[in-house]
Structure formats: structure tokens, C-alpha cells
Write a protein that binds this ligand. Sequence first.
Ligand SMILES: NC(=O)c1ccc[n+]([C@@H]2O[C@H](COP(=O)([O-])OP(=O)(O)OC[C@H]3O[C@@H](n4cnc5c(N)ncnc54)[C@H](OP(=O)(O)O)[C@@H]3O)[C@@H](O)[C@H]2O)c1
Length: 321
Amino acid sequence: MKAAVYYENGGPEVFRYEDAPDPECHPKGIVIRVEAVSIEGGDVLNRFGGQLVTRPHVVGYQAAGEVVEVGAEVTGLRVGQKVVTVGSHGSHAELRAVPAATAWAIPDGMDVRQAAAVPVPFGTADDCLFEFGRMKKGEVVLVQAGASGVGVAAIQLAARAGAAMVLATASSDERLEPLKPLGLTHGINYRTQDVVQEVARLTDKHMADVIVDSVGGPTLQTSILSLAYRGRVSMVGNAGREPQRVDVGTLMGGNRSLSGVFLGAEIMTPRVRDNIQRLIGDVHTGALKVLIDREFPLSEAAEAHRYIESRQAVGRVLLIP
Ligand SMILES: NC(=O)c1ccc[n+]([C@@H]2O[C@H](COP(=O)([O-])OP(=O)(O)OC[C@H]3O[C@@H](n4cnc5c(N)ncnc54)[C@H](OP(=O)(O)O)[C@@H]3O)[C@@H](O)[C@H]2O)c1
């Protein structure tokens, strides 16, 4: 198969588009012919500094396509079926193998490219808001990096759950604009505005009950300082690539809490599996929207990663083999 591979960590220039061994089908797994790769925030971070568990390494969490092989112990999936898959690596390729437990059926008639972009961002945002953030109707939600994959999902999920207000941050006004039709009440451009002061102003000093923070670093402290009494931050990523230092003392006075969220730890549980299947269905019916910013051929993986790192993309960038 052809794949976008690398032999060392680094910038987008480390990608080579070349022949790589076909992945093998595990008895409990499947192999798909990839039709669309959704480049996840974690893929960019892994290329930059993650472990190379294969050599050359094929990076990537999420891809959708057609099942071409089914392991002997797998039930419920068949050759020819369209699925979206998640795995620890291997999405940036023409073929990818995953455990059957991290493959979800794509409903008949659903666009494979849309489905490709659902499980990780929507499953993660849902857990951040509800499972760990315990969000209730009428609460104020703040989404850091609202134009990110996780952000686009979190804004919609919070709005449909009846948030009193959905606030989100981004690095420019242009990046906030496309989030308004998704349910964003007010955008905060963190380059020109003070986030804590803006949250105070917009909420009449109530502040945010639930915050989804996939940026980390100094942003995480800003999140804690933006919390309402008994507010909860779901800390879910480190897109900012800076050390995660917070003053935990700032949590105590307001009975506030900070939870770490890692979808991968529970992705094979019936709770998360069912939740992701439901979210795929919601995108299919149009109840939730996937924003696909741009598509690149798989052979231009370096260009696609470079584009993501330029911070122009709102939502997802896809690779098409
Ligand atoms: N724990 C989990 O289970 C889990 C699941 C999914 C994702 N994640 C993590 O969550 C993070 C976001 O993932 P994603 O897929 O939503 O990412 P994404 O779509 O690539 O978006 C990341 C966003 O972060 C913002 N950002 C802030 N500082 C940045 C910096 N220094 N460099 C680059 N971007 C920066 C950018 O928006 P602005 O320019 O507008 O600030 C950018 O759009 C990643 O760290 C990922 O690993 C974790």
C-alpha cells in the first residue's frame, strides 16, 4: 500500500509518501480500504514528538472506508461494509487495521467523509461536557479553541443540551464567525481580549459552569480563573504544546474542580461505543454538523499538516487516498 510515513519526529517536512507493508488483520480486528482520513489534533502532536511504534511510522487516529478483511473472531462486521475507525496509529495510509471494537458502522447513505470526522472529536467533547463536566441545562459553557475539531463538537453539544450561554475562544475574529450558526453565543478573540474579563462581562460575573480545555499550558490557568462557583474544567489536551502548570489553590475557594479526560481509556466500553454510534447518527440526520475545512490528497500529507499548523482551519482537514 501507499502511505504517508516518517522515520523521525519533526515538522511536516518529515513525511514521505511511499510504499509500506500492508497491515495485518488481527483475529479480533478488521482491515479497511481508507476513503477519508480525518487529521486529528493528536496526529499533528504525535508527528511532532510522539513515539514511533512502527518504522517507518504511519501516524493517525481516525479514518473511514470500506471493510476488506474481517478477523476470524469478529462478529457483526462484514467485508464491503462502510465503517469509521479509530486506532492508536495507522490512519495516514491506503489500508489500515484496527480492533473491531473501535470500528463503527456508517449508516446507509451517509457521506463517508463526514463520518470520518466524528468519533474522536464528538466522543471527546461529549465526555468533557457530560460524563466528566456534568453539564446541566441552563449552565454557562466555555469552549477553549472553539474552532478546533473538539471545539466545533463541544459548541454544538452544549447548545443542544440547553446551555444558557455557549462561549468560545479563538485566535482571530474570522475563526469565531463560522461557529455562530453552530450555537456559539459569544466569541472571545484571545489575542485582542482578556478571556477572564470577557467571561465576567458576558455572564454578569457569574462566570462559566463548565469549561472544555484542549489547549492546556497557560490557557488552563485562564480556564480555572474563568470558573463559576462549583464550576468544572475538563482538561483534554495540550494543543498549545506548553508545560501544564496550574495553581491548584485557585480551585479551592470556589469549590471548583479540574478533571482530566482521555477518551482512549474508555473508547472500547459499551457506554462510549454506543455514544459514538449515536453521534454518528446525529451527524447523518443533520442534528449535528461536521465542519470540513479542506481536503488534500494523501500524497500531500505534509501540506495538510502544514496548513493545520498555520491555524487557518476551522474544524477538520481530510486526506483522501
Ligand atoms: N484526551 C483525549 O481524549 C483527546 C481527544 C481528542 C483530542 N485531544 C487533544 O485535544 C487537542 C485538540 O485536538 P483537536 O483535534 O480539537 O485539534 P485541532 O482541531 O487541530 O485544533 C487545535 C486548536 O488549538 C488552538 N491552539 C492554541 N494554541 C495552539 C498552538 N500553540 N498550536 C496550535 N494550535 C493551537 C488552535 O486554535 P486557535 O488558533 O483558534 O487558538 C487550533 O485550531 C489536542 O491536543 C489533542 O491531542 C485529546
